[in-house]
Design a protein around this ligand. Structure first.
Ligand code: T1G
Length: 650
């Protein structure tokens, strides 16, 4: 049953019970509307408390319904019925009240929340706007300026701020339902509060709207929903509640059918499925009590910080004291920085460091359950590290290599039992980036793989399984993307036009700016090593640039020139001179044509990755692109775009 009602001496307590997040599905809406009508007519009912079963109030409308036409009654109808009831409805909120959940609470006459509750309108994150009164009731309850960040930037509000704003009327001090029933008794004996929708609201000065529009546009980076939500809020303030509600619903329904919303809902579900692959759900992971990290360079430090943020004890091993000391100093900077920003208390920062046992003797790894090798990306160095690691670790310890493209089969060659071996490609900075490519060997045991995914969950990472190929999923697509950008140069399109087109598409930077930031010499050295190994790798403009000493930002110039201490890319005559033999006759190409060509190239490589079984589904590739390579989230990813999903609505 989606809701149940029980009587507590004259107060009807309505419990929404629709696991896992009490989403306001069609069944819940029907039951709620029935309850409003029947409880209003029941002479024994003085007031009503509505709350959510389980760990939260209501997580929102039911997103799984959004690919189908709206089934009546819609949420606005339910909320309006509550608001027009003759008896007071009190929302008793705990955990979260999000989206339609907060809108439901706004339709109630009063709101009481348990400590620790957060309230928000995250619809824009799904390419939507609040569609059941959120952009209209909220400003009439807490004012326009306080509403803007909640409606457009998905700002979550805690109970203290909510009380101060007037978003809630009380904070529960004991047991939430007991306090809510007492509150309901008080309300039953008093005149009905003026519903939020009927309250007067002061229109802000015009510059408030202009400033909000400018900042929302900047933050949206090309996505539409945030600005639509702001527009809906403003329309209702300037045209009154009835027109405002009607306009909001119309804008919501259009957004609900948009390609942007289809893309963001696609990612929402893909992100939640990724950490629990179907084929591993019944395979128990091994216990992880202590993790070893070998290498205290950038990656080893980032991985150690991520492990400590998950409260896992770490043994950090380096080859010598100086390198180890550098690693510890960098870890102190990470946690000290988090404490300075208030993300950690000083005690938490100290606890992070206290959980790291440092050493230069591999024998310190002896009782680790899993060891992550994070030494220099060189096959011989990695193999040497594993020779030591395998010698000192327990035979049941899982051995993992952090590698961004080296074949884990080669890295594990010297190990007797490779069934316990797995590749784990962390993205730098490893304590910040959520993406983790997990690369099993053919012989990796299922419970080893299940443990790698369990570790990813514990680190709150987004794990994507990759088969073995050069560059796995992300770097393989990146290499193809860069090659196509260089092909555009040969077609005569300019470096800056290509980068500008990809920024306009929604990337933070274009392919050439990005190479200058990463450094051109890393991929150059890989090409040179492959050439030395007899591979036929054609000359590339990047080779010419590196040989001319133009390695990117770090040398003051690569594809672009950079002034000292300034990362602003400036077109470079010197670079053009160096790569002149590889440039085509200058020609124009419009930015949409440039981005279409580069994104379709990414999708083509993705199709090959799928056909080779390197990735299990297109959504895996899109998760890699969105979470590891800056693909604009509101476009869903190259595979989503190539699929044409949601295209019919644009
Ligand atoms: N609808 C349907 N399913 C949902 C859902 C929702 N709103 N929210 C979560 N799920 C599923 C999710 O797919 C997963 O499924 C399971 O619940 C647990 O999710 C009209 C239009 C509420 C903070 O955007 O932020 O209201 O993988 O792992 O970590 O104006 O879920 O187990 O099969 O995230 O405890 C607005 C989205 C909707 C909130 C709980 N609401 N959800 O976090 O669990 S649009 C949102 C969340 C709307 C109105 C508009 C989180 C959570 P499975 P989980 P969690």
């Amino acid at each position: 049953m989606a809701i149940k009602t029980e009587m507590l001496n004259g107060i009807a307590v309505v419990t929404i019970d629709n696991p896992p997040v009490n989403a306001l599905s069609h069944g819940v809406r029907i039951a709620l509307l029935d309850a409003v009508q029947s409880l209003d007519a029941d002479a024994n009912v003085a007031a009503i408390v509505v709350h959510g079963a389980g760990k939260l109030f209501v997580g929102g409308a039911d997103i799984t319904e959004f690919d189908r036409p709206v089934e009546q009654p819609g949420l606005p109808e339910v909320i309006t019925a509550i608001e027009r009831a003759h008896k007071p409805w009190i929302a008793a909120i705990h955990g979260v009240a999000l989206g339609g959940g907060l809108e439901l609470a706004l339709g109630c006459h009063l709101r009481i929340a348990a400590p620790g509750t957060t309230l928000g309108l995250p619809e824009a994150g799904l390419g939507l706007i609040p569609g059941a009164g959120g952009t209209q009731r909220l400003p009439r309850l807490i004012g326009v300026e306080a509403s803007i960040p909640i409606v457009t930037a998905q700002e979550r509000v805690g109970v203290d701020k909510a009380l101060k704003l007037g978003l809630i009327d009380r904070i529960s001090t004991n047991e939430l339902i007991t306090d809510a029933v007492a509150f309901a008794h008080e309300a039953a004996g008093a005149p009905l509060p003026v519903p939020a929708s009927q309250r007067a609201v002061i229109a802000p000065a015009t510059e408030v709207w202009h400033d909000a529009e400018a900042s929302t546009k900047r933050a949206a980076k090309g996505a539409a929903a945030q600005l639509l939500a702001l527009g809906s809020l403003r329309f209702g303030i300037e045209n009154g509640i009835e027109a405002g509600l009607a306009n909001e619903r119309a804008v919501f329904l259009k957004a609900r059918a948009s390609r942007e919303s289809a893309a963001l809902r696609y990612l929402f579900f893909a992100e939640r499925a990724a950490p629990r692959p179907q084929d591993l759900r019944d395979i128990a992971p091994r216990p992880l009590r202590k993790i070893g990290v070998v290498g205290a360079g950038t990656m080893g430090v980032g991985i150690t910080a991520a492990l400590r943020n998950a409260h896992l004890p770490v043994v950090l091993v380096e080859r010598d004291d100086a390198s180890l000391a550098r690693g510890f100093s960098n870890l102190e900077k990470i946690f000290g920085g988090a404490a300075a920003k208030g993300r950690l208390t000083q005690d938490e920062a100290q606890e992070r460091m206290a959980g790291i046992e440092g050493g230069t003797d591999y024998r310190a790894l002896a009782d680790c359950d899993l060891v992550i090798e994070a030494v220099y990306e060189d096959l011989a160095v990695k193999q040497a590290a594993f020779a030591e690691i395998a010698r000192v670790c327990r035979p049941d310890a899982i051995l993992a290599t952090n590698t961004s493209y080296t074949d884990p089969r080669q890295i594990s060659e010297g190990i007797a039992d490779t069934s316990r071996f797995v590749g784990m490609h962390f993205f730098s900075p490893a304590h910040v980036m959520k993406l983790l490519e997990i690369v099993p060997l053919p012989e990796t045991k299922p419970d080893v793989l299940s443990t790698a995914f369990a570790l990813a969950r514990k680190l709150e990472k987004l794990p994507v399984r990759s088969g073995i190929c050069d560059g796995f999923i992300g770097n393989r697509i990146l290499r193809r993307y860069i090659a196509e950008a260089i092909a555009l140069l040969a077609d005569g399109v300019s470096i800056s036009a290509i980068d500008a087109a990809m920024r306009e598409f929604g990337f933070a930077m274009g392919p050439f700016e990005m190479q200058d930031m990463a450094g051109l010499d890393i991929s150059y050295m890989r090409r040179e090593a492959a050439r030395a190994n007899g591979q036929d790798i054609p000359e590339m403009p990047g080779d010419l640039l590196v040989r001319a000493g133009r390695k990117g930002q770090k040398t003051g110039g690569g594809w672009y020139d950079y002034a000292v201490g300034d990362r602003t890319p400036r077109p470079s005559d010197e670079a053009l001179r160096v790569i002149a033999p590889m440039l085509g006759t200058p020609r124009d190409m419009n930015s949409r044509e440039i981005s279409a060509r580069l994104v379709s190239t990414m999708a083509d490589e993705g199709k090959s990755i799928l056909s080779e079984g390197i990735a299990s589904g297109p959504e895996q590739i899109d998760l890699v692109e969105v979470h590891g390579y800056g693909f604009p989230r509101w476009r869903g990813g190259p595979m989503f775009m190539a699929s044409g999903l949601g295209k019919q609505n644009d």
